[in-house]
Design a protein around this ligand. Structure first.
Ligand code: ADP
Ligand code: ZN
Ligand code: ZN
Length: 651
């Protein structure tokens, strides 16, 4: 009988802690309560032992007080996955387990949306392309697959039929979606087709409901699991397939420790558990595109819309001569759409923040010559700053590109746009949907069902409307400022802008042949906008990959981002410089440390934020250097370190 337990706690502490086992027998995978310092904490049992580790006196060992779980929450194999998470993402084993298991933190709580399309309880008759995709997935599951298909090409049906095959072979499926609130229709379909054998892990489950679902999955009662990011950790006993829909979505990356990416975890699990992995999107991430090009992910293509809709007609309008936010073309298109009894979605990119330089004559924006990310104008310091490497320069009053004096420093306010639309169309019913309106419970459901029923003429929306909302009445989609996102100090700005335009444009003409999209932009010539407008997907990716190659950004390097946070800016700068000095000399073959630089979001709730970007060429070596440095680092009191391996968001 083992008398001692090794416990891991959800704390940023390396190593495990040995306790005397409580009376009741408990095994690896259970949680127990144990005294820790002056507190009493829940710990994960990660090992059992008959004798104490060398050097630990019996008198120093405390007793765990209580067993929480009668049955283990995880097994040995799962523990190995947790160790992998903790190694890769540089967190403790307890932090990894806390993120993976139920009963941990709650995710955000978005409302659920009413279904917008009829659900089909019977499998649809597949098109030839769909058949070939399902067959390939069934017969050659060794490599990961990428279902690359235009919006509305029927990717869902391929995922479902691939899942059905796996389920009928007695194995389990994890179906990942970026946001469970926007998947009402999928859930209805799945429940209609597969009945009670599925588990939906949504954020509204209480901790005990979550635990219940976990048990059903562990016992093999629920073999199809649908959920957002964290569902990638669902404990299916015989995993056969992971589906990762909308692979490009940023929500697959966790925003808190451990900052794991569901795609990376899915790849790891599928290769360990000999399961198939199928990702899908109309706008793959640049990283995934590169893997497809190299043949490390197998591409499956869907090129038509089986439900009959056509790709919309896309026009680009140059905003430079326009006074205000609505061009004459967009105004008359909205009027025309309304006269025909159809509806309009106006898309606002809210991610614009702070102040950026732009030229009203040519659309030029100022970039750092080393990092190629936009410089941010800081009015209080009267400087243009690169938030990657810290470069700063004096602001200019003449456009460096065309010599025009008509330049400005500005961001775009969304409330202003709403005001202008209402003012321009007093007779139309205009409603806004964004993070602010979503906060009121039920408000979003109401607005969307009113839009569906035709009560609302114009829906003004942010990112939310780009994701999977399908309204048959929509003819026109207007993108107000397609280029706001381009000015963000992030090397993925072009990729995001491009993806967003293609996704938003996909909302038009889902069901009709006459869909129309108007893209308003100050920079009609920019690659991301020009190519999105003509749906030149391949052209965009090859151009973007070339830029990334030249600047050695991912996928041609990997980044570990270290963010230091604290009240005292000079203390932060010193600590960050110290870390940089300890890491940089050990990096090899062109790897380097960028910064310290102030984060683009330089102050959050009175905490300053300073970052280092470790750009690695040989990942394993660089990762080890960062890991060892961080483990040995002694940060001054009041300075906190956040580690992000392969960051997606650099704000
Ligand atoms: P995607 O996820 O690729 O954007 P969806 O999976 O939402 O596209 O499919 C778009 C529409 O096409 C849906 O209404 C779906 O029911 C329909 N559809 C998919 N496959 C078929 C098919 N084989 N025959 C008829 N309709 C289909
Ligand atoms: Zn200019
Ligand atoms: Zn720079």
């Amino acid at each position: 009988m083992s008398d001692y337990l090794d416990l891991a706690f959800n704390l940023p502490l390396t190593g495990t802690f040995t306790y005397r086992a409580p009376e009741k027998a408990c095994t690896v995978g259970c949680r127990v309560v144990a005294p820790f310092g002056r507190r009493s904490l829940a710990g994960f049992v990660v090992g059992r032992r008959a004798s104490l580790p060398a050097g630990l006196a019996v008198s120093a060992v405390k007793s765990a007080t209580r067993v929480i779980d009668p049955e283990p929450l995880f097994d040995q194999r799962y523990l190995e996955l947790a160790r992998w998470v903790s190694r890769l993402y540089l967190c403790s084993l307890g932090e990894a387990l806390a993120a993976m298991l139920p009963g941990g933190r709650r995710e955000s709580d978005p409302p659920s949306l009413a279904g917008d399309e009829p659900v089909s309880a019977k499998p649809l008759t597949l098109t030839a392309e769909q058949v070939s995709a399902v067959e390939t997935i069934r017969t050659e599951p060794q490599k990961p697959f990428y279902l690359y298909g235009i919006t509305g090409s029927g990717k869902t049906e391929v995922f479902l039929q691939a899942a059905e095959r796996v389920l009928s072979n007695g194995r389990g499926v994890i179906y990942l979606v970026p946001e469970i609130a926007l998947t009402h229709q999928l859930i209805e379909t799945v429940q209609a087709r597969f009945g009670g054998g599925c588990a939906v892990l949504h954020s509204r489950l209480t901790p005990s409901q979550r635990l219940n679902e976990w048990r059903r999955i562990q016992r093999g009662e629920a073999r199809l699991v649908i959920g957002a990011r964290s569902a990638v950790f669902a404990p299916l006993p015989r995993l056969g397939l992971i589906v990762l829909d909308e692979e490009h979505e940023g929500s697959y990356k966790s925003g808190s420790t451990p900052r794991y990416h569901a795609r990376q975890v899915a790849m790891k699990r599928c290769s360990d558990e000999k399961a198939a992995l199928v990702m899908g999107s109309a706008t793959p991430s640049v990283e995934a595109w590169q893997l497809m090009t190299e043949g490390r992910i197998r591409r499956l293509v869907l090129s038509s819309r089986p439900a009959g809709g056509a790709m919309p007609r896309i026009e680009t309008v140059d905003l430079k001569p326009v006074n205000g936010t609505l061009s004459a073309q967009l105004i008359s298109a909205i009027e025309e759409t309304h006269r025909e009894g159809r509806q309009t979605i106006l898309f606002l990119n809210r991610r614009g923040f702070a102040y950026f330089f732009f030229c009203r004559s040519c659309g030029f924006s100022m970039k750092c010559s080393r990092c190629s990310v936009s410089l941010t104008y800081h009015r209080s310091r009267d400087a243009m700053i690169c938030h990657y490497c810290g470069y700063r320069t004096r602001p200019v009053s003449v456009c460096p590109d065309c010599g025009s004096l008509d330049v400005g420093y500005t961001g775009f306010g969304t409330e202003k746009v709403e005001e202008e639309v209402r003012h321009r169309f007093p007779d139309l019913n205009v409603q806004r949907v964004d993070a602010d309106t979503v906060r009121k419970r039920g408000a979003l459901e109401t607005t969307l069902s009113e839009f569906r029923s035709g009560k609302i003429d114009v829906l003004l929306g942010t990112q939310m409307v780009a994701k999977g909302l399908n309204f048959p009445g929509v003819k026109l989609v207007g993108i107000i400022h397609a280029d706001t996102g381009l000015a963000l100090p992030d090397f993925r700005a072009a990729e995001r802008t491009f993806g967003l335009i293609v996704q938003v444009a996909g909302r038009a003409g889902r069901y009709s042949p006459d869909g129309r999209v108007i893209i308003q932009t100050l920079r009609p010539g920019h690659d991301a906008i020009r190519r999105a407008a003509v749906a030149d997907i391949e052209g965009f990716y090859s151009g973007e990959l070339e830029v990334r190659r030249q600047l050695a950004f991912p996928p041609f390097s990997r980044i570990i981002r270290l963010v230091l946070r604290g009240r005292d800016r000079s203390q932060l700068d010193a600590a960050a410089q110290d870390l940089a000095d300890r890491i940089a000399p050990h990096l090899r073959d062109g790897a380097e440390v960028l910064g310290p630089a102030e984060c683009p979001l330089g102050v959050i709730s009175r905490n300053h934020r300073v970052q280092l970007l470790c750009r690695l060429v040989s990942f394993d070596t660089g990762h080890a250097v960062v890991r060892d440095t961080v483990a040995r680092a002694r940060l001054p009191g009041g300075v906190y370190l956040e580690i992000d391996v392969d960051p997606v968001n650099l704000l």
